[in-house]
Design a protein around this ligand. Sequence first.
Ligand SMILES: *[C@@H]1O[C@H](CO)[C@@H](O)[C@H](O)[C@H]1NC(C)=O
Ligand SMILES: *[C@@H]1O[C@H](CO)[C@@H](O)[C@H](O)[C@H]1NC(C)=O
Ligand SMILES: *[C@@H]1O[C@H](CO)[C@@H](O)[C@H](O)[C@H]1NC(C)=O
Ligand SMILES: *[C@@H]1O[C@H](CO)[C@@H](O)[C@H](O)[C@H]1NC(C)=O
Length: 621
Amino acid sequence: MNHQNSNFFTFIAYTLIILFFTTYSTVEAQQRSTNISLSSSLTPDSTNSSWLSRSGLYAFGFYRRGSGYAVGVFAAGIPEKTVVWTANRDDPPVPSNATLAFIDGKLVLNNPQGENTNIADVSQSISTASMLDSGNFVLYNSVRAIIWQSFDNPTDTILPGQPLVAGKRLVSSFSEADSSSGLFRLEMQKDGNLVSYPLPFADPYAYYATGTYMAGENITLNLDDNGHLYLLNLTGDNIIQNLTAGESSNDGKIYRMTLNADGIFRVYSRTLDPKGNWSVKWYSSADMCAPIGLCGLNGYCIMIDDKADCRCLPGFNFINPQIWSQGCERSFAAVSCNNTKGGNITMSKFENMSWEDESYMVVELPNIDDCERSCFEDCNCEVALYSDGKNCKKQKLPLRYGRRSLGTSQVAFIKVTKEPLALPPKGTEKELRLEIVLIIGASLITFAFMVLTVSGFLIYRNRVWVYKKISEQGHIEVSGDIVLRTFTFAELEEVTNGFREELGRGASGTVYKGIIPYNQKVVAVKKLEKARKCLDWSRGEDEAVLEDWVCDCFEARELGKLVGHEEEVDKRKLERMVKVALWCIQDEPSLRPSMKKVLLMIEGTVDIPTPPSPTSFLSSI
Ligand SMILES: *[C@@H]1O[C@H](CO)[C@@H](O)[C@H](O)[C@H]1NC(C)=O
Ligand SMILES: *[C@@H]1O[C@H](CO)[C@@H](O)[C@H](O)[C@H]1NC(C)=O
Ligand SMILES: *[C@@H]1O[C@H](CO)[C@@H](O)[C@H](O)[C@H]1NC(C)=O
Ligand SMILES: *[C@@H]1O[C@H](CO)[C@@H](O)[C@H](O)[C@H]1NC(C)=O
């Protein structure tokens, strides 16, 4: 079949499809004419729920929204009934006994459960109305002049023949299912620039712009029948900028341009084939995190497989995981100045992070570690961004417009408070379970490192001393053998001399670095060397982190290096401790053992399988 023939058959097919719709729709609804009679009215649940355009492609009337109905214009000729305009979009849905009718020259939505509302804000009396095949719903006065049209009052979509004129804007829908106002807008500015902003802000928050701000007052955004999207200079009647090339012929396709709920605007096309669907012809950005504000306060955006994903800062949880834009709230107590001395604070490190710069202080520090320390020691500082190898920007929460991308080399430090560490005492099953719930959520990682550090180093080295010292402070009893006890973070810190105790022969700076990652994130962002070696800690390899070191030594079967030259260490018990610790710090939460299992493992009641090596720390970034 040659090309011409195939075009011919496509034409025949579409003609048949349109014919089918025409016939079918006539049966379904009678109210299809250019002129809508003022005596007709609509109700949601009846055959009179909408007025169709002549071809049956578009309709004005009720469509389903949430638990009720909204009034608008939608594509009636396709199964998905795509909504292209909504009246009073921010009003709640109306029940099924609402009615839409012309009353005293106005088009009124009568809601038995609420107020009556005007669909269109008109100063003159309406004489006739039309639903046009273009998708434009038009109201006329007595001399048949247009007094109002839906094309002049766009919501989130423009159709071919519907210009977005200077001073007008599209506002995204809240979600695909909810057509009320969302987070973003696309504005045809009076200076000729077409710009996207998060609501309600303007400059400097634009995340998209055509850059045509010198083009003058009379610029419009236009979509034509072939999907060509362009900026037109009305005075000169010339194209200022082509956004899409458009197709040479539309082959019976329909087009629309929509500012989507995710802040990106796209040109869609669709054939009238009932089995077809809308396909994206063009989009304003491939960077789905570009629309700032998608993630809400204290969250940040990250691209995963070409999709935007919102995450919360460490120590924060989503207010509503279904609605990212509501942001994140604290899951721990706020960092207070008093805490700084208690040692309940860690610094979390994130590479490639950016957010809105609202810093209260910028310190010039040539060393990135000094920036971390500077924020750590400054009780006003909640987060810090380090950039350009010198600028340490200190800031308070909340954070706005956070995102992680390779586009920035800034490194972020986030101050995180931890609850006091509590190892569960052997209590009743119920108490134990409560303890497990509390601990697993909050301090499994902390616990893991405590097992590693305290058990591995202190218990085996200085166990008698440690227990005596804690006991002297009157908190717990000394018992003959090692029993798990509750002790506070402060107690641990004191007996370990700020966790620097006897880590080895290294300089205290090195040891500090090694011991700090009881916050897993510090570790997670460290670059792991491919070739793992069992490092000799005493040589002070600055980049090494404790976890890598332990893991390397475990894999190399050189656990002895962990405890230095002490000979009396029970190697079997040490190996068990290390294995438990390595299981507890698995990045994949489902791999981590339950607290009960951890207890059994430490007691030696159950066998401990060999833990996988934690290379997955990197894949999680
Ligand atoms: C619609 O009404 C106008 C006058 O109000 C009339 O001129 C026109 O012919 C009517 N169109 C149809 C299709 O009835
Ligand atoms: C309309 O429907 C709602 C329930 O959807 C009902 O509570 C109300 O009484 C109805 N009003 C009228 C006037 O029928
Ligand atoms: C728009 O058209 C007018 C009239 O021809 C012209 O003076 C003006 O320079 C044009 N603007 C641009 C940006 O081309
Ligand atoms: C835009 O595209 C049209 C063809 O669709 C072309 O004639 C015109 O020169 C283009 N204008 C610009 C500014 O690229």
